[in-house]
Design a protein around this ligand. Structure first.
Ligand code: LLP
Length: 432
């Protein structure tokens, strides 16, 4: 199995120790399951690694775009995680969960004036400003309020993280941030330092997502620290925080590597400390923003199989009762997933097929080149593993399909609804 919270008993798939067939019966399908114990364990790996390898003040921030709903922010609060938010919607959700916004970092490349006002109304801790226009807008709003707003600047270190093009962000030609290479990073730093109502606390970068490549974060840390040292020597500005973004990959399929987050954080810490010693600067508080690696392997989606269509000499299709509205990642990125027939794991998987959704669109595919038992048919239960990140948070109501609920699992035998299933009325609640 690709993750150790997946096990098999009597031919049935257990997730977080609980029988998926029973859970599907109890809650219906399509169904997002989230393993609360795994989310907490993933948080603890990061918080402990940060405590061990970096100094005080260093901390992981959960990138809540990976999966944003009230309960997750409660868990982040309880686990002592900071958060990264990107919209008033994420902020509102976090506030409803009682999360202290002073611990939040507000990203995105285009914060609206309304976002800036709303987040300041609620005491946002930090903005991660993407460009000069944002600094101007933050300065204007902070001046109006007579406050000094803390900000970090998002820079592009010019690193290719070797992931899907659509989720690589650290290269110079990215829509995000100011490039060090072109001199724009220095310009925006000097501009920010001149603003009376903005306090520059440091720098941020994010090179990409689903990254496994060796030493990407180490290289990013070194480039960012070299920039910080230049700012200190040339302009007397001392960086207090350095946020290296998110991006560590998770296992979707057997051939994905197993990532040892503690060892990775140790390597980044060694690279950062080495660079600081060489450059003669103090180590800033280091932050990272894991999203996928906090929630990815804590999620699993269950579907009921409907139509099975064989086209002799061509291919076979197994249709499920969800699809691209609850998981658009194959359609968007050609992303890999492991699909299992959760009620027939004692049968050999030798029937090649594409697992497809129920939308009126050929691109509505969950996964191609899947092997399932030959007896697959209507009423069987299909599990898609590792769906905890960027599934619910990217879900839509395409084809007017209600979004599935999120059911949390904990303690090996407890389950509860964290997000209820959308109803048909929910679909029309804003229609006039
Ligand atoms: N920090 C920043 C500034 C980010 O933009 C992101 C992700 C993260 C942290 C978290 O990265 P993670 O640890 O989750 O890799 N929808 C795509 C992923 C987009 C990632 C966007 N930014 C997908 O489904 O693969």
């Amino acid at each position: 199995m690709i993750c150790d919270n997946l096990t098999v008993s009597n031919g049935r798939l257990l997730f977080a120790g609980q029988d998926t067939v029973e859970l599907a019966r109890q809650y219906g399908t399509p169904l997002y399951l989230m393993d609360e114990d795994r989310i907490r364990a993933n948080c603890q790996v990061y918080t402990e690694a940060f405590r061990r390898h970096f100094g005080p003040g260093a901390r992981p921030l959960y990138a809540s775009k990976a999966n944003s709903f009230q309960r997750i922010y409660e868990i982040m609060r309880e686990e002592g995680m900071g958060i990264d938010v990107v919209s008033s919607g994420e902020i509102y959700t976090a506030l409803r969960a009682g999360y202290d916004l002073g611990q939040a970092y507000f990203h995105s490349n285009n914060k609206t004036d309304e976002d800036i006002r709303y987040s300041m109304d609620h005491g946002i801790g930090y903005f991660v400003a993407d460009n000069v226009e944002e600094i101007k807008a933050i300065e204007a709003e902070a001046a109006r309020r007579g406050i000094k707003q803390r900000v970090l600047l998002r820079l592009t270190p010019g690193i290719d993280p070797h992931t899907y093009e659509a989720i690589a962000t650290g290269k110079v030609d990215s829509k995000f941030g100011s490039a060090i290479e072109t001199g724009q990073a220095e310009e925006i730093t000097l501009f920010t330092l001149r603003q009376p109502h903005v306090e520059l606390v440091g720098f941020h970068c994010h090179v990409g997502s689903q990254v496994f490549a060796e030493d990407v974060f180490e290289r990013a840390a070194v480039i960012m620290l070299e920039f910080a040292a230049h700012m200190e020597k040339a302009h007397g500005y001392q960086t207090r925080q350095l946020d290296l973004g998110g991006g560590y990959g998770v296992r979707y399929v057997e051939c994905d590597p197993v990532l040892d987050v503690d060892a990775k954080v140790a390597q980044v810490a060694a690279a950062a400390k080495g660079a600081c010693a060489r450059l003669g600067i103090a180590l800033p508080e280091i932050h990272m923003e894991p999203g996928r690696s906090i929630v990815g392997d804590a999620g699993l989606t269950l579907y009921t199989v409907g139509t099975v269509k064989e086209i002799p000499g061509y291919k076979n299709y197994v249709s499920v009762d969800g699809g691209m509205p609850d998981n658009p990642r194959f359609a968007l990125y050609g992303a890999s997933y492991t699909c299992l027939l959760a009620n027939k794991l004692d049968q050999p998987a030798e029937f090649p097929c594409s697992v497809v959704g129920r939308c009126c669109e050929s691109g509505d595919i969950i996964q191609e080149h899947v092997l399932l038992p030959g007896s697959v048919g209507r009423g069987d239960l299909l599990a898609v593993c590792t769906t905890g990140a960027y599934n619910y948070s990217m879900a839509s109501n395409y084809n007017r399909l209600p979004r599935p609920p999120i059911v949390m699992l904990r303690g090996g035998n407890e389950s509860y609804v964290a997000v209820r299933r959308e109803s048909l009325e929910d679909l029309c609640r804003n229609d006039l």
